[in-house]
Ligand binder design. Structure first.
Ligand SMILES: [Zn+2]
Length: 99
């Protein structure tokens, strides 16, 4: 990708910072940075969700309970069907993290 400010080729990086969160994008030696649009979208969505009270519905398939996540949570964490997530239960609170 070419820098719009100086025309040099930009380097792809995974350690850029946007609103206090790390994300991927491009950095130029002139200091110009472009964030991957999807990564920036996820940062914004995660910050919006940080203050939201979310609810999810439990379903059942055979003997297993199924937790149905809201679409915004899926997008904010970049989750995909079939992906494994990490579950922890601390003092009766269930936490789901991207593995
Ligand atoms: Zn540049």
């Amino acid at each position: 990708m070419k820098c719009h400010a100086c025309g040099k080729t930009m380097e792809h990086r995974r350690d850029l910072t946007f609103n206090g969160e790390k994300l991927s994008g491009y950095r130029c030696s002139c200091g110009e940075e472009y964030y991957d649009p999807e990564a920036a979208q996820r940062v914004l969505l995660r910050q919006k969700l940080a203050h939201a009270k979310l609810t999810a519905k439990l379903g059942r398939i055979r003997s297993n309970l199924i937790l149905r996540l809201p679409k915004d949570v899926e997008k904010a964490l970049g989750l995909a069907e079939g992906e494994e997530v990490q579950l922890t239960v601390e003092r009766g609170v269930l936490k789901v993290a991207k593995a």
